[in-house]
Design a protein around this ligand. Structure first.
Ligand code: WT7
Length: 645
């Protein structure tokens, strides 16, 4: 496998960028020729951001798993597709070749069929980071079912909401999952999520931890039994192949839920063909992947990073993707470096929060670890501070590995702004240049585009996109109005990202962070409204307001101001109860770091909470709180400030 569309110089990047803007259909049409299609397209692109509607490769037919697996079999059957490193370093590792991956995905597609799953059905996958999770994802794609992977850290209530929103009929889970020193009882959480649920017909359970679970007759089946039976069936057919379902280019591939500034998480829907092209193209170019390289993305497949850069991007490129079940700090903080050493990892793609956390352990965990195989380092999820960037560069890359700072979102499917490793310039803290086909625009709050800066000047504004790239999400599941109002209404005719950014005269971008009521905690997106709703479910809470504050490791921490009713005490026990409530309603990732009990919240005369003031107080600002004269009761501000944690 080689990549004729891999860009190898700054000049080529500039030419590709120019071509992609002047003739997007010619540009992406030529790249699409490198994939396997059952039928080619009638037209490359049709779009309209006012509607909004985007379609790529109109009327083309394909199945993404034929591109991720089958087409590699002739030349790479025995090459590792997935290398799996277990949570416990003493446990046996597993190497899944492309031939083995083909067999397992076909078997699992047969399992899905045997259990009644058809094209277009929604399958919720709630599993730990085991190879079977990849088989489940790809098995869904092979049969044309829409997967909705839910991260193992979400609570039963969160799962229940997602099951209902997407009208899910099938679930794939594990008995439990290992994460560091903890066992997470996945199946029992699913059982809780299913109390009162009337749509789920089947739960397929893979055995990982052997933790005791209850299997409900007529609903729950074991993965192992089902796989064995499917294997016998496929063997009877004489081939071990399960024919892939022919999909339209625009058929949905998956749903992934993500938080916004209002309401419940929304189901981001990605397409089949455009998403495939985008994850492949960005994988090959940003990381400058070379056949044979070992690529290690440390994310969980429960997040978009894992979908795009553990599964679909690498596998569609015939790459070797390293999948890690554990966490960076267990059994010790040298875990990543042991893995790099053990498998001679060439590319390491991780999050700034992980780097900052590992930094705090000093250099001892790196001593004696051979990191010389590393060629490229990457970061994603939040702005990287310069201290962490230099630490990564000096101690991990030994100043020899380019660092790619990749900016993107669940909605964008893959990377939109990043340098190309060793090809285009890097600059600490800057995501730098847009991918070909990506047209960023910075706008002020009145909707006026910022002028391109000259000389030393730097422009700033809200980051928008003027045109679609192949990987843009197509809708929010079951609610296209929400797609429109959330993303295409703030600046008519443009996609609004929710981020603020800077741009310099060279055209480099620096992302400054969210400008909406969304927090970025350890690279995970959490809506303040969602956390408030969870806190407010506690019986003793009258009202709450949640804001972010700078946190050394997490990037942002969660600060909650809470008013308790008179009957309930504002003591340590109440704090613990509130944390427990949030854990129950959302999951432990949304637990506030600080809870301050207050008697009132700063509100405007119309009753709107002035978050700007609360944010400043949480950030430790003492003087410049801005204009407080429009407040209903300016006195509460002093009181809150005195009680600051
Ligand atoms: C938000 C998207 C993309 C996969 C992981 C997060 C922030 C992401 C960067 C970066 C600065 C970044 C943005 C974005 N973000 N990457 N390299 N530099 N900020 O996906 O949960 O959809 O969150 O993460 O604020 O909007 P997500």
């Amino acid at each position: 496998m080689y990549y004729p569309y891999q860009i190898t110089s700054m000049q080529q990047y500039q030419e590709a960028y120019k071509k992609s803007i002047e003739d997007p259909e010619g540009f992406w049409g030529a790249i699409a020729e490198n994939f396997f299609w059952r039928k080619k397209w009638d037209k490359v692109l049709q779009w309209n951001f006012s509607e909004p509607k985007t379609e790529w490769f109109i009327n083309a037919k394909l199945n993404i798993t034929e591109n991720c697996i089958d087409r590699h079999l002739a030349t790479m059957a025995d090459k590792p597709a997935i290398i799996w490193e277990p949570n416990n370093p003493e446990e046996r590792t597993r190497t899944v070749t492309y031939a083995r991956l083909h067999k397992r995905v076909c078997q699992f597609a047969q399992v899905l069929k045997n259990n009644g799953v058809k094209k277009g059905d929604r399958v919720c996958i709630y599993m730990g980071m085991v190879p079977e999770l990849a088989y489940a994802v790809l098995g869904c794609a092979r049969i044309g079912a829409i997967h909705s992977v839910v991260f193992g850290g979400f609570s039963a209530q969160s799962i229940a909401d997602r099951l209902e929103d997407a009208n899910v009929e099938y679930i794939v889970t594990c008995d439990g999952a290992y994460r560091g020193a903890k066992d997470i009882p996945l199946k029992s959480i699913i059982d809780d999520a299913l109390i009162g649920n009337k749509t789920v017909k089947r739960v397929i359970v893979y055995t990982r931890t052997r933790t005791p679970i209850s299997m409900i007759k007529g609903r729950d089946v074991w993965w192992e039994d089902e796989m064995l039976y499917a294997e016998e069936q496929l063997e009877k057919n004489g081939t071990l192949d399960f024919p892939a379902q022919e999909m339209d280019a625009e058929d949905p591939l998956f749903i992934l839920y993500t938080s916004g500034s209002t309401g419940k998480p929304k189901g981001v829907v990605h397409s089949s063909a455009g998403y495939m092209l985008w994850t492949n193209y960005t994988f090959v170019n940003v990381f400058q992947y070379k056949p044979g390289d070992v690529f290690f993305c440390t994310a969980d497949i429960g997040w978009i990073t894992g979908h795009s850069y553990i599964v679909y991007g690498p596998l569609s490129a015939g790459a070797t993707s390293l999948m890690f079940e554990g966490i960076p700090t267990w059994p010790d903080a040298g875990r990543f470096w042991d893995i790099v050493d053990k498998y001679k990892v060439n590319t390491l793609y991780t999050a700034p929060t992980a780097i900052r956390s590992l930094m705090s352990y000093g250099l001892d965990p790196i001593k004696g670890k051979d990191l010389s195989s590393l060629k490229v380092l990457g970061t994603v999820g939040e702005p990287i501070n310069e201290e962490a960037w230099h630490w990564y560069d000096e101690n991990i890359g030994k100043k020899k590995c380019p660092i790619v700072d990749t900016w993107w979102q669940t909605e964008t499917g893959g990377i939109l702004i990043s340098n190309f490793a060793g090809i285009t310039p890097s600059r600490p803290g800057w995501a730098t240049l847009p991918m070909p086909g990506v047209q960023p625009l910075l706008l002020n709050e009145h909707g006026t585009p910022a002028n391109d800066p000259e000389g030393e000047n730097i422009a700033s504004g809200n980051l928008c996109m003027a045109a679609p790239w192949p990987g843009i999400f197509r809708t929010t599941y079951g609610d296209h109005e929400r797609y429109k109002s959330n993303y295409f209404a703030a600046y008519p005719g443009l996609y609004f990202t929710g981020d603020g950014a800077l741009k310099d005269a060279e055209g480099f971008y620096r992302i400054t962070g969210r400008v909406d009521d969304v927090l970025n905690v350890s690279g995970h997106r959490i809506g303040t409204a969602e956390v408030e709703n969870a806190i407010n479910m506690h019986a003793g809470v009258v009202e709450s307001a949640v804001v972010g504050f700078p946190h050394d490791v997490k990037g942002q921490g969660i600060y909650a101001y809470v008013i308790m009713s008179h009957k309930h005490g504002d003591d340590e026990q109440s704090k613990k109860d509130i944390l427990q409530t949030v854990t129950r309603v959302i999951g432990s990732i949304a637990k506030p770091d600080k809870i301050q009990f207050v008697n009132g919240l700063p509100k405007t005369r119309s009753g709107k909470i002035m978050r700007r003031i609360l944010r400043k107080i949480a950030e430790g600002e003492t003087k410049n709180l801005g204009d407080t004269t429009t407040l209903l009761d300016p006195g509460v501000v002093d009181e809150i400030q005195q009680g600051k944690l």
